[in-house]
Design a protein around this ligand. Structure first.
Ligand SMILES: C[C@@](CO)(OP(=O)(O)O)[C@H](O)COP(=O)(O)OP(=O)(O)OC[C@H]1O[C@@H](n2ccc(N)nc2=O)[C@H](O)[C@@H]1O
Ligand SMILES: Nc1ncnc2c1ncn2[C@@H]1O[C@H](COP(=O)(O)OP(=O)(O)O)[C@@H](O)[C@H]1O
Length: 282
């Protein structure tokens, strides 16, 4: 059996507005998701033991049952049409819980890969619906198109945007998404954007609160803003600075304070995972 190797790309929230809070505590969002040409890498090999879902590689201390890759495989198991297990090797590149969606992207890549290898024959919308049970960000990775998301992130409206270079910086702190969303000071009443909106009209509604709660994020934003327009992605802690070309981004990466991790990437209108899947199928 050949091994299928796929990317699980990072995402950025180019803006993140909170429009309200639902009765179940979840927040109504309006957010622009785009994908980067940088991410984790997952390699899938079918095995003859059909009970088996094995995950190895850089699982960074996450218990098997908590790993979103394992959860994605388990959720798909009832739909499989062939008697095979799977061995999944993870090469982790993305900071965990950093707002670049690594866990959600790993889960989506697993759903897409196993849907094909296990011949589940589910459609992309069916996979996205299953993915939503694993996290609010999984559907956009399953759909794989730069999009404005509404609801909790599951209603997706594809959009064309310019291609830019980004320097993404992960300060050495972990921001709790649940803490941010339950905080009394979080703004929750940004009006929906009107047609004809521009990116310059937007922001990240979590940023002011996260800067206050996590001074390392404030420091990172202030440092990057000296060089380029910068925002936080998702609920943080990663921040991204936008550049017109790779050289300009690289010049800033080269002088990044040594306690911060950073990488450079370009945004892609379609997730690279989807391109790789098409290439495998042809
Ligand atoms: C807000 C975003 C934007 O991309 O933040 P990041 O996680 O990327 O930073 C995401 O939608 C997060 O998605 P995800 O990380 O999958 O969140 P989940 O596991 O579904 O939820 C974690 C917790 O965040 C809160 N939550 C999450 C999403 C949402 N629309 N409203 C919420 O109130 C809930 O309290 C939930 O218990
Ligand atoms: N394969 C995985 N990769 C990363 N995080 C995972 C994975 N499986 C479970 N998790 C858990 O999910 C949480 C959120 O992960 P992640 O998607 O990286 O966050 P964010 O959306 O903030 O970028 C992590 O803090 C971690 O505990």
């Amino acid at each position: 059996m050949k091994t299928l190797t796929l990317s699980a790309p990072a995402k950025l929230n180019l803006f993140l507005h909170i429009n309200g809070r639902r009765e179940d505590g979840y927040h109504e969002l309006e957010t622009l998701f785009t994908f980067l040409d940088f991410g984790d890498e997952l390699a899938f090999t079918l095995t003859s033991n059909q009970q088996e879902i094995v995950i190895c590689g850089d699982t960074a201390g996450i218990l098997l049952e908590d790993n979103l890759i394992y959860k994605a495989a388990k959720i798909l198991e009832p739909y499989k049409k062939i008697a095979a297990g799977v061995d999944i090797h993870l090469n982790k590149q993305l900071p965990m819980g950093g707002g670049v969606g690594g866990g959600s992207s790993d889960a989506a890549t697993t759903l897409l890969a196993l849907n094909m290898l296990w011949q589940c024959q589910l459609t992309i919308p069916e996979l996205a619906k299953l993915g939503l049970q694993l996290g609010a960000d999984v559907p956009v990775f399953v759909e794989g198109k730069t999009a404005v998301a509404h609801g909790v992130g599951e209603q997706l409206e594809p959009i064309d945007i310019a291609q830019k270079w980004y320097l993404v910086v992960a300060p050495p702190v972990h921001v709790s998404t649940a803490l941010v969303f339950t905080h009394p000071d979080l703004p929750r009443n940004t009006p929906k954007l009107k047609s004809g909106w521009k990116l310059s009209d937007t922001g990240n509604d979590c940023q002011t609160l996260v800067k206050k709660l996590y001074p390392e994020v404030e420091k990172t934003l202030a440092w990057l803003l000296k060089y380029a327009p910068t925002k936080m992605t998702g609920t943080g802690a990663c921040c991204f600075a936008e550049f017109e070309n790779r050289e300009a981004a690289l010049r800033v990466l080269e002088i990044l304070p040594s306690s911060w991790q950073g990488f450079i990437a370009q945004n892609t209108s379609e997730s690279i995972c989807h391109r790789q899947l098409r290439a495998w199928q042809n």
